[in-house]
Design a protein around this ligand. Structure first.
Ligand SMILES: Cc1cc2nc3c(=O)[nH]c(=O)nc-3n(C[C@H](O)[C@H](O)[C@H](O)COP(=O)(O)O)c2cc1C
Length: 218
């Protein structure tokens, strides 16, 4: 899983190749598990070009995106949306599918998916076979985002390293880890865009990197 984390970068240009049926089946399986655990209503939309049809060149322009995850759920589930969305992103990466989290640069009114009463659309995640695999983002250092000291346990260091590879909105990395024995606190620092979603994504990465489960948090 750590290798998968290292391979994942945001990809915004996709080839015409449709998702293979076995890939779709495995993604649907993961989505079902995530929805069951979280109560979210994440859906996979395939062969639908309208949500990402380009009009004019701008930041975050997408090319050839016809598949996406639509992250839907009741209010107040931002952190779960990040956590479970990233779980599906990494499953997709494992299956050779590139991705990009997208909160702003898509056509919200064209996006398909069922929003039940009491639910809202959080954001979408573009999916497909990328023209490239993207590239590593500029990153803060371990000490920028944590209280890490050189004699701290290895699991803490590897958790933060995995967290620094996580996608965050505009690559803001506005989070901080603090350790108290076997327990870790993760919080948002300052004001930013979609920081609660980022928090969930970063949590998932930390759990993988540190090989800990949800009981690590306090
Ligand atoms: C919550 C969230 C929202 C994002 N929204 C957009 C977006 O609207 N348009 C876009 O092109 N990229 C968007 N991104 C992608 C980030 O710009 C990207 O993850 C970040 O620059 C780090 O690069 P990486 O994913 O390649 O590691 C978003 C990422 C996250 C986590």
């Amino acid at each position: 899983m750590i290798e998968i984390i290292k391979l994942r970068h945001s990809v915004r240009c996709f080839t015409d190749k449709p998702l293979e049926s076995e890939t779709v089946r495995l993604l649907q399986q993961e989505i079902k598990k995530c929805n069951k655990e979280s109560g979210l209503h994440i859906q996979l939309i395939t062969n639908e070009p309208e949500a990402f049809q380009a009009e004019k060149p701008s930041y975050g322009q997408f090319k050839g995106c016809r598949n996406y995850l639509i992250i839907i759920g009741t209010k107040g589930k931002d952190t779960e949306a990040g956590y479970y969305g990233e779980r599906i992103v990494l499953k997709a990466q494992e299956l050779g599918i590139n991705s990009c989290w997208v909160a702003l640069t898509y056509k919200k009114n064209k996006a398909k998916g069922i929003i039940d009463p009491g639910e809202k659309l959080y954001l979408v995640i573009a999916l497909g076979y990328g023209k490239t695999n993207g590239s590593a983002h500029k990153s803060k250092s371990i000490t920028d985002v944590s209280d890490y000291k050189t004699d701290d346990p290895d699991w803490y260091k590897s958790g933060i390293e995995a967290a620094l590879l996580a996608p965050t909105a505009v690559n803001q990395q506005k989070f901080r880890f603090e350790r108290n024995g076997e327990k870790v606190r993760l919080r948002i620092t300052g004001i930013g865009f979609y920081t609660k979603i980022d928090l969930g994504i970063v949590k998932y990465h930390f759990e993988i990197g540190s090989r800990k489960d949800g009981s690590v948090w306090y």
